[in-house]
Design a protein around this ligand. Structure first.
Ligand code: TXA
Ligand code: MG
Length: 340
């Protein structure tokens, strides 16, 4: 299959949206930009189209998808907000939609089971990217990240082509993703002491901001020790090369004859690994002033570059676990766990 690449004009993205709609209405899949990462989109209410998303991604069907809506009021189309959660959901939406926050809520009966992997809940978000929002205004869109299962999420149209080129008919290029990490996922719940937010996946909206709305707690663990967001069980975001996450510089002891690539946070500083060995390739997450937000935006891009470079092993520095640093370290730990 030839994969067509259409650039969404910043002034007027209507042509690109129209092309995407034609493909979606025919029951096919299309890669669309969002402010977090690129998504592989299908009509959420067309189970056959949704099945193609799983097939193209080689994603197991027990891992549910996020549904993207185009207006706040469309939440009703896919989710059932329990009366007791109305206030906390309103607050979350008022503060963070459109934006990188996904809410897990009881689902409407007619959302196909394939979208939610048979769960009674659905994950919903309202993206802040014009292209995804314009498309989702037409029909709710089921879209996971546009990478092969378990691999690094794409933050540019080029990265989507690397992942899925030849397997999908259309990619809409909406530029580099603003946030660079997948949305924060929370499941609001009511307790005797008031509402709580279960943080199922850390992301661009940090805990510190969620706490202003309600108490933030960890995901529940089931008997099998599987956590609640099914996708979070998997080792994700994995480069094809082994990745070692180093906490303190003295913990890294290079071996003779191994070509190492470095993922450095700032590219300098006393806790940096820059001088630890003769690196075959170096990528710096935040070459500016060492800002976590910049690190988040560049993380997946840097991992892809290191994966493509002539190195045997990728070594990554750690970042501080505050704000979006929590999400960066979450992705790095998963990359380390899932790499070859
Ligand atoms: O930023 C994002 O969220 C991107 C863009 C494309 O919107 N999407 C994304 O989708 O990251 P995906 O499929 O790669 O990750 C969705 C996560 C998975 O970990 C999945 O298990 C979880 O959301 N999820 C989906 N529905 C759920 C549900 N009903 N309950 C708990 N977790 C759910
Ligand atoms: Mg993903």
């Amino acid at each position: 299959m030839d994969t067509k690449l259409v650039v969404a004009d910043f002034e007027d993205w209507r042509d690109a949206v129209a092309e995407a709609m034609t493909v979606l209405e025919a029951g096919e899949v299309v890669a669309l930009p969002t402010e977090t990462v690129y998504g592989l989109a299908a009509d959420a209410f067309n189970a056959e189209a949704v099945a193609k998303v799983f097939e193209v991604k080689e994603r197991p069907s027990f891992d549910p998808l996020i549904v993207h809506i185009g207006h706040k009021r469309d939440l009703d189309i896919v989710a059932e907000v329990p009366e007791e959660l109305e206030d906390v959901v309103d607050d979350l939406i008022a503060a963070h939609w459109p934006g990188p926050l996904t809410l897990v809520l009881p689902k409407k009966a007619d959302v196909p089971d394939l979208v939610t992997s048979g769960l009674g809940t659905v994950a919903v978000r309202l993206s802040d990217h014009e292209v995804m929002r314009a498309v989702a205004k037409e029909i709710p869109i089921a879209a996971p990240s546009a990478n092969r299962f378990g691999r690094i999420s794409p933050t540019s149209a080029q990265a989507v082509i690397e992942e899925l080129g030849g397997k999908i008919p259309l990619v809409i290029d909406g530029g580099a993703c603003r946030d660079g990490l997948e949305s924060t996922i929370v499941a609001p719940e009511m307790t005797d002491k008031g509402p709580i937010l279960r943080l199922l996946r850390p992301g661009p909206i940090p805990k510190e901001e969620l706490r202003q709305i309600a108490k933030v707690v960890k995901p529940k663990r089931t008997k099998e020790d599987h956590i609640e967001a099914p996708g979070q069980v998997e080792s994700h975001y994995a480069p094809t090369k082994p990745l070692i996450l180093v906490d303190k510089p003295e913990d890294f002891v290079p071996e003779e004859g191994v070509k190492y690539g470095l993922l450095s946070y700032r590219g300098e500083g006393k806790s940096s690994l820059m001088e630890a060995t003769e690196w075959a390739h170096i990528e710096v997450m935040s070459p500016g002033k060492g800002k976590l937000a910049e690190g988040a935006v560049r993380l997946f891009y840097c991992l892809r570059s290191l994966d493509a470079a002539e190195v045997d092993v990728i070594v990554s520095e750690s970042v501080s676990e505050t704000g979006i640093g929590v999400a960066i370290m979450d992705r790095l730990r998963r990359a380390a766990a899932g790499s070859a």
